[in-house]
Design a protein around this ligand. Structure first.
Ligand SMILES: Cc1cc2nc3c(=O)[nH]c(=O)nc-3n(C[C@H](O)[C@H](O)[C@H](O)COP(=O)(O)OP(=O)(O)OC[C@H]3O[C@@H](n4cnc5c(N)ncnc54)[C@H](O)[C@@H]3O)c2cc1C
Length: 505
């Protein structure tokens, strides 16, 4: 193996062994594989992990691919199920629900996106739901699943999916993977941090037993406390609670539902919302709420009332402030996971933000000089990414007609960022959707939430009017027929798991 120049970083220290810490360890062990580079992870069983974070988005599959994981094995060992999207219940108004699917609606025709044709159909008096043109939504409602199939031009080839998994089993899985690749794990609590006096860079951390762990690069995965990024470096936090007001959660597991459904459910409540995440072994439930409008005891009562299976174990309460660190990379510390920020789990984006931060770190991996321009670039891109996700989340709260509680009155009337205001105005006008800078959520996502939240555009793309009535009707009905035939060919989600990746195998 080639020897490394002095300027290369040789000691990487990760603080924290939750999802963020072990994902970082796994990716770095895979990609920075050299006998003279040491990756050490310190975690404290006494402090423990947050223990939630069980719904993902499709990009996690590329992380698994990077690590070279066998997907069935991964699903089996994490008690996972498959996820085709999220059902939002009671968000626009009580009694109404919609699914935000991972995959596309219909197909673009003559260079015009499909949703404009659906709007043409709707403006012409049709009552066909846009759901009937989205295979993921159809499959979710029917409890069916398939991985994408290699059938050219078929919607079966475009299926996008993610997973629901047990967070503690996921961290364990990542730990095994990392340790097999040489990551050293140290059990212990960091109780002191030493900085280089001239620069403020972190030099070492000290454990309760006085052991000193030195490093050149520190990855802060210590959760909400942000041990290095905040407690030591005082980086500062952008507080977004005026637009994402929920600040508490109570999580409670319950028994497994017989046939686990291939989607997450998010049900709006009077001061927040409740999640339901189906796993192979149990159901994950939780209630995200705003303490200005609801007490902890009422939040727990609401959660239990809204669960569809019996509770297992005890509830766990968590506090948070939505927002992000002013810098995610400060000096020689990069914060990942909850140490970097938290925007609440409505669209299951936190694990994804860990993944993209790891990818961005690998692209801009420093040497001991810690080039300021790379750090600024990393921080600027991270801020943009967080703001784009933030806007998408706010849309769910802002675009509501609910006026049955103080919480919803606040959300409906709150001042939102200009960036979102502009997007909403454009969509209302002519149904156009702009994907900025390769942002996480694409057209289908923005459309499904705009439409699901009851925002009706005044017009649609003028070129969607060009196709003759006969051709238009025939193409729309052919899409529906093809999509229905594809749905028929899919197997039930439960059977799919039983046959290929049951955790009881
Ligand atoms: C209510 C809720 C629901 C969520 N749902 C989702 C979801 O569905 N999908 C999603 O993508 N994300 C979700 N998230 C976010 C997700 O849980 C986190 O992004 C993910 O678990 C990463 O957490 P973490 O590793 O940053 O922190 P933690 O799990 O809190 O881990 C912190 C680690 O740091 C260690 N540590 C802390 N201090 C010290 C110390 N002094 N010495 C040694 N070790 C220390 C702890 O022992 C622990 O190992 C949710 C979050 C919350 C709060």
């Amino acid at each position: 193996m080639r020897s490394l120049p002095d300027s290369n970083i040789k000691n990487i220290v990760i603080i924290g062994g939750g999802t963020a810490g072990w994902m970082a360890a796994a990716a770095m062990a895979k990609l920075i594989n050299h006998p003279n580079i040491n990756i050490t992870l310190i975690e404290s069983e006494v402090i423990g992990t947050v223990g939630v974070g069980e719904a993902t988005i499709p990009h996690i599959r590329s992380f698994n691919h990077l690590l070279g994981l066998h997907e069935d094995d991964f699903v089996r060992k994490t008690n996972a199920t498959f996820k085709l999207g999220i059902e939002f219940v009671d968000w626009d108004k009580l009694g109404k629900s919609y699914i935000h699917p991972f995959g596309p609606y219909g197909v673009p025709m003559n260079g015009v996106r499909f949703h404009h044709y659906w709007l043409r159909q709707k403006h012409g008096g049709s009552r066909v739901s846009v759901d009937d043109y989205n295979l993921q939504v159809m499959a979710a409602k029917a409890g069916k699943f398939s991985r994408p199939q290699n059938i050219p031009n078929s919607p079966l080839s475009t299926i996008e999916y993610a997973f629901h998994f047990d967070a503690s089993l996921y961290a364990k899985f990542m730990r095994e993977f990392s340790e097999n690749l040489g990551v050293k794990r140290i059990e212990g609590k960091v109780c002191d941090v030493k900085q280089v006096p001239e620069t403020g860079f972190i030099e070492s951390v000290v454990l309760e037993n006085n052991e000193i762990i030195e490093g050149e690069l520190f990855i802060d995965c210590s959760g909400f406390r942000g041990l290095l990024i905040e407690q030591t470096l005082k980086t500062g936090y952008d507080d977004w609670s005026s637009v994402l007001p929920c600040n508490k959660a109570v999580a409670q597991a319950s028994k497994r539902k017989n046939a686990p459904l291939p989607y997450t459910r998010a049900t709006a409540k009077s001061a927040g919302w409740q999640w339901r995440i189906p796993l192979q072994s149990r159901t994950g439930n939780g209630h995200i709420y705003c303490s200005d409008y609801m007490s902890d005891s009422k939040a727990l009562e609401t959660l239990i009332d809204g669960m569809d299976t019996d509770a297992i174990g005890s509830p766990k309460f968590l506090n948070f402030t939505t927002g992000k660190r002013k810098k995610i990379w400060n000096k020689n510390v990069i914060a990942l996971g909850l140490a970097a920020g938290f925007m609440e789990p409505l669209e299951s984006t936190s694990i994804h933000l860990i993944q993209t931060a790891i990818a961005r770190l690998m692209t801009n991996f420093p040497d001991k000089n810690f080039n300021e321009a790379d750090i600024n670039y990393f921080n600027d891109r991270s801020l943009l990414e967080y703001e784009q996700v933030r806007d998408f989340l706010i849309l769910h709260y802002k675009a509501t007609k609910r006026d049955d509680s103080e919480f919803w009155n606040y959300c409906r009337t709150m001042t939102i960022p200009e960036s979102l205001k502009e997007r909403m105005a454009i969509f209302k006008e002519n149904a156009r959707l702009y994907r900025h800078d390769n942002e996480l959520f694409g057209d289908a996502s923005w459309f499904s939430v705009f439409n699901g939240q009851g925002i009706e555009p005044a017009r649609y793309h003028p070129n969607a009017n060009i196709m003759s009535e006969d051709e238009f009707n025939s193409r729309m009905s052919s899409i529906q027929t093809t999509w229905s035939a594809c749905l028929k060919s899919m197997t039930s989600h439960e059977r799919f798991i039983e046959q290929l990746c049951s955790s009881e195998m």
